[in-house]
Unconditional design. Structure first.
Length: 279
């Protein structure tokens, strides 16, 4: 069972990002109770079973405000107008929302009240997100994480099932959220193309077309050693050697071919222009 520790973080550094957001805010929660902790989630490498709740929310937000003053926002894949801030890079704030200092609503409202900033966060638990934000000035963005159910059963045990996540997409839109999909981590296991084809059929049927991001699995020796035998088999990297840091990645050529194949399958159901980025 994870242990909660309440503190005031001294790490008040907002970092520029070019993928999910324009920048990454300092953590208000560092760690998570999610079921992927013992398979591919890098947080287990840093935190073990600890979760840090940072109570100095105003200082965290002010760090982002100060960073934004020096940032030259131009229209980009993150957003054509607003400076997007990933507020939950190291946690799932939807799952952890009861531990958010001052409530998740209040934290999101800080970004909504700022003329230039807007928030984004990923979740594997969209069913827990009941917050109606139709009264906000801007639509906060939530990125719903998806993978084939067969893989999720092994890598994300006891988490919200994939079909119900898909069905939550339109419900969240009705609550005022901008919803993107997050195909991450992308697993290249024998037969993966069939699994993703089936996944896209369900997405098309129940959620329609949405912008998305695609990120292939990156792992670490530490996590692989913790994972079950079944999970290790699913995440194996074939002929990819370990580098000195212990990081594991798919071989470059194998990954490039797989990503091209992914796009071909995706294009059967959706416009390729809806992929914000893929790597």
């Amino acid at each position: 069972m994870a242990k909660l520790k309440y503190q005031k973080t001294k790490t008040l550094v907002t970092k520029t990002n070019n993928n999910s957001s324009d920048c990454i805010a300092p953590n208000i929660i560092y760690g998570c109770f999610g079921g992927c902790l013992n398979t591919y989630c890098y947080m287990s490498r840093y935190n073990g079973d600890r979760v840090f709740v940072n109570e100095n929310v105003d200082e965290i937000f002010n760090s982002v405000v100060e960073w934004e003053k020096t940032y030259n926002k131009v229209p980009n894949q993150q957003d054509p107008v607003y400076t997007m801030v990933d507020i939950a890079c190291n946690s799932d704030l939807v799952l952890m929302q009861k531990h958010v200092p001052g409530t998740l609503h209040n934290y999101l409202k800080m970004y909504d009240d700022h003329p230039q900033l807007n928030s984004t966060m990923a979740t594997k638990y969209p069913g827990l997100l009941k917050l109606d934000v139709n009264h906000f000035n801007k639509k906060p963005r939530v990125r719903v994480s998806l993978m084939p159910q067969k893989y999720s059963d092994i890598l994300e045990p006891k988490m919200q099932n994939i079909l119900s996540r898909i069905k939550d997409v339109n419900r969240l839109k009705d609550l005022g959220w901008e919803v993107h999909l997050n195909y991450s981590p992308l697993i290249f296991y024998p037969g993966w193309s069939v699994e993703y084809d089936n996944l896209f059929r369900f997405v098309k049927k129940y959620a329609g077309e949405n912008k998305c991001e695609v990120i292939a699995l990156t792992n670490h020796v530490f996590q692989m050693n913790k994972a079950s035998e079944e999970a290790r088999e699913l995440m194996k990297y074939s002929d990819e050697p370990k580098n000195l840091s212990g990081t594991l990645r798919y071989p470059v050529r194998k990954k490039a071919r797989a990503l091209e194949n992914f796009k071909k399958i995706y294009s059967k159901y959706f416009n390729l222009n809806t992929i914000r980025y893929i790597f």
